[in-house]
Design a protein around this ligand. Sequence first.
Ligand SMILES: Nc1ncnc2c1ncn2[C@@H]1O[C@H](COP(=O)(O)OP(=O)(O)OP(=O)(O)O)[C@@H](O)[C@H]1O
Length: 542
Amino acid sequence: MENICVGVRVRPTVPSELSNGTYWKVEENRISLHKVHGTPISGLSYAFDHVCDGSCTNAMVYELLTKDIMHAAVEGFNGTAFAYGQTSSGKTFTMSGSETDPGIIHRAVKDVFAKTQLISDREFLIRVSYMEIYNEEINDLFAVENQKLQIHENLERGVFVAGLREEIVNNTEQVLKLIRSGEVNRHFGETNMNVRSSRSHTIFRMVIESKAKDTNLSSDYSSSDAIRVSVLNLVDLAGSERIAKTGAGGVRLKEGKHINKSLMVLGNVINKLSDGAKQRGHIPYRDSKLTRILQPALGGNAKTSIICTIAPEEVHIEETKGTLQFASRAKCITNCVQVNEILTDAALLKRQKLEIEELRKKLQGSHAEVLEQVILTLRNDLLKHELEREKLQIELEDERKSHREHDKSIWEQQMKIVDLCDIVTSSGFDTKSGQDSVTQCLKQECNDSNSICHGDTFRTPCVKASPKAFVAKRSSYLTLPDYSPLPDTFSNVVDEDTWLRINKGHIVDLDSLQMTLARKVQSFPSSDATPVSLYCFIFPKN
Ligand SMILES: Nc1ncnc2c1ncn2[C@@H]1O[C@H](COP(=O)(O)OP(=O)(O)OP(=O)(O)O)[C@@H](O)[C@H]1O
C-alpha cells in the first residue's frame, strides 16, 4: 500500500490583487493563513508532501512531485499526475507550462524517453493518446471525428475508452508535435477569471510496454518473457468556479455546471476513499466520466500525485480553503501498487516447458525409476516367500498327521501288550496251552468288554480287563515275537503328551523301562528257564 503524493503549488500573486488583511505563508511542506502582521490564524494550517510557493518553477514541481512516478511508469507501474484547483490557479500552467518553463507533460515525455534509453536490456513500445471530457462527453483530441466516445471495461484492459486513437511514438519531439496538434482541439473559453480558461478536463495518456531484449539467454520467465504494460495519465482538470465570479452565462454557464458537477463527484470519491477501508462503503466512481477514467489512480493500482494549485489572493480565500481541505483528504488515500506484467503465448509455453523440465529433474533426483524397480523386486520376493510358507505349512500338517497316526499305532501296540500281560498274569501261563490258549483268552476278554474283535486282531484295548494301573511281572513266557514290544528309540514314538502321562506315576521304574527299550529279546526261554522280569505299563483310563 502506498499513499497518494499530495503537493500544493501557490500561483504568484497578481499585483492588482494585493491583500490588506491576510496572506498564505509557505514554510517547508506547510502552508498556513496569517494575518498581515504575521499572526497565524488558528485552524488554517496544512501540511503536505511538498508545498511550492510562487517562486517555484515547473522544473522544481516536476522534480518534487512527479518525476518518481514517471520513472516508475517506465518500470511497469501505472502512474497518474493531475492538477486540481479553482479556475485561474495555475493548473494548465503547471501541466503544460510555457515556452520558457515547460510543464509536467512536456517534462514527463522527455524523461520517459530518456529513461528508456538508459535501460539497455529491454525494448519499449510507447503509445500515446489525448482526450478531453467536455460537458461530460469524451472527445478525441488527436482525431476530431472521434467524439462522444464510450467507456468500457474488461479483464484484459481494465477501464478504457473505446475508439480512442493511439499513436505509436518513438521520441519526445514526435509526442510534443502530437500534443500541439491536440491542443488545437481543446475547449478553451474566456471568463471573468481567466482569459484562457480550460472548459474541459484533459487526459494525456502514455501506454508504456516493454520486454527483455534477449529472452533466450535467461530461463527466468517471470522477468524475461513477461511484457510489462503501464499506463501513465497526465491530467489537467478544469477549475471549479463560482458562477458569480466568472460571470458565466449561456455556453460558459453550461460548461461551468458540468465542470463543477464532475469535480464534486471527484471530491466525493476522495472523501469516501479517505474514510478508510472499513467505513468507505460504495465509491461513486461511476457518477462521472472523470472519476471512472481515473478509477485506477484513486485507490487502485497506480502511483498517484495530485498537485493542488491555489490562487493566493485574499479574494479567493474560500476557494483556497476548499482546495486545501480536498488536498488534506486526498493525502489519506492509499493505493495498491504493483508492476503490471502479462505473459504472451510464447512466454506461457516457455513457462510450461520449464515446469515440466523441473518436474522431470525432481523425479530423476529422487531415483523414482530405481525405486519402482526395487519395489517390484520386493513384491516378487514377498510373493515367493508367501508360497514357500504355504508349502511348508502343508508339509508340516502332513508331518503332524503322520506323527499322530504313528502315535496311535504305538498306543494300540502298547494296549495289545497290556492286554496280553493282563491275560498272562490273571490266568497263568502254561507252555502246553501255548499260543492257542492265549488267543482264546484274549478273544474272550475282548468279547466280555464289548470290544471290537476281528478274528485274531485286536483293534481296541480291553481296558475293562485291566486294572487301573499296575505293573505286571511275568515269570514265564510262551513264544513271543522275536522283537521288543517297545520301539528301539522311545523318543521317536512318544510325544510329550505321552511322556507326561507316563511321568504321572504309572511307571515303577523308568530306568528299567529304558533298559527294556534298549533290550532286544533274542529268544524265549523254556518253561524251566530262569524267569526274566518283564515290565509292562498301561495308561490310566481318563
Ligand atoms: N506559477 C505560475 N507562474 C507564472 N504564471 C502563472 C503561474 N500559474 C499560473 N500562471 C498564470 O495564471 C494564469 C491562469 O493560469 P492557468 O490558466 O494555468 O489557470 P487554470 O487553473 O488552468 O485555470 P482554468 O481552470 O480556468 O483553466 C495564466 O495566465 C498563467 O500563465
